[in-house]
Write a protein that binds this ligand. Structure first.
Ligand SMILES: [Zn+2]
Length: 347
């Protein structure tokens, strides 16, 4: 359960005002030199306990996530480690948030992997500090990465919302292994055996790059960036934890056709895992923007009164209809696609 406690550290710094309480005191009258003038008027002020916070983290889900994240990172030799966020798309509640490798909260200054343990004695202090600081970061909110094919969900949502495509128009698209954009040929990952005739559902299941590049082109930079903004991808999510980083996108007025093409299938920009989970939550919850949170209730230390932290729902991002269409395609991706076929896909 160490990660839970670690997450709580982040919560503690964010909710310092709620948690700290008030010190007790004895008030008495003194003369100008600080000498006591009798016991009259002496007043005892009791200390007030700070408030308690009820976290959204579900201990069962968190421990399952930690176990399988560690196993997956070891099995797939993920040298940079990994992280998992589980979020309720209706409320924004973070049910689990785990980073691997992690560290022992009760012993945060010691080596946290077998490799580090072996070399710890010979490492200079600077190297030790650097490796410790790296593991203390909550990568799900503090680090950005290139999301890859999972971003095709955003492009598909925008294109459906704009009414320029539909899920099951047989033969609507044709993959020839690549597409020419402003004189640059961008390949499909399966350029050696092109996907041929596809519907949007087929294209998402095949993770076919040219289809999503084409949809991006049809929408243009202005419309595409409008959806990036609506999905909240150009700003921080506003999660109630310190240290949240922001996405790195090329400015709208600097993005040309080639840049738009690469963004459309998830490359050449960086977002945080929490930004992606939050954006996809809008697809999953019927189309509404939601703010993620790790605290759902505050218990008053004095009165025991429980206050609910309000759920922060934002504006509509896509219609209910578009949301249902994208969800149905997401289901097809896991239910129907031959997973062996695509080694590079991340959806
Ligand atoms: Zn293709």
């Amino acid at each position: 359960m160490e990660v839970i406690i670690k997450d709580l550290i982040g919560i503690e710094s964010k909710y310092e005002e709620d948690l700290k309480g008030k010190k007790g005191a004895i008030q008495r009258h003194t003369d100008a030199k600080g000498g006591e003038i009798g016991k009259e008027g002496e007043n005892y002020v009791a200390a007030i306990d700070g408030n308690s916070l009820i976290s959204t983290i579900d201990l069962t889900i968190q421990s399952i996530v930690e176990k399988y994240l560690e196993q997956a990172c070891i099995d797939n030799v993920c040298t940079d480690g990994g992280n998992v966020v589980v979020m309720n798309p209706q409320t924004g509640d973070i049910l689990a948030m785990a980073t691997y490798p992690s560290y022992n909260l009760n012993d945060p200054y010691t080596a946290y992997t077998e490799e580090l343990k072996e070399n710890w004695e010979t490492m200079v202090q600077e190297e030790r500090t650097k490796s410790l600081q790296a593991v203390w970061r909550n990568k799900a909110i503090a680090d950005t990465y290139e999301p890859g094919s999972v971003f095709k969900l955003i492009t598909a949502s925008a294109a459906l919302e704009e009414g320029i495509t539909d899920t099951d128009n047989t033969g609507e698209f044709s993959c020839t292994g690549g597409i020419e954009v402003a004189g640059v040929r961008i390949k499909c990952w399966r350029y050696y055996r092109p996907h041929g005739s596809e519907s949007l559902r087929d294209a998402l299941m095949n993770s076919c790059n040219p289809v999503f590049i084409g949809l991006g082109q049809k929408m243009g930079v202005q419309t595409y960036y409008k959806y990036l903004r609506q999905f909240g991808l150009l700003e921080k999510t506003g999660i109630d934890l310190f240290g949240e980083a922001k996405s790195i996108f090329l400015a709208e007025n600097k993005a040309g056709p080639v840049e738009l093409a690469t963004i459309s299938f998830g490359q050449r920009f960086e977002i945080t895992p929490i930004e992606l989970v939050t954006a996809v939550s809008s697809i999953a919850n019927g189309g509404t923007k939601i703010t993620p949170r790790v605290v759902k209730q505050i218990i008053n230390g004095e009165t025991g009164e429980v206050t609910d932290v309000p759920i922060k729902l934002g504006e509509r991002v896509i219609s209910e209809e578009t949301s249902q269409k994208v969800l149905s395609m997401m289901e097809s991706v896991v239910a129907e696609r031959n997973r062996k076929e695509c080694k590079s896909c991340r959806i």
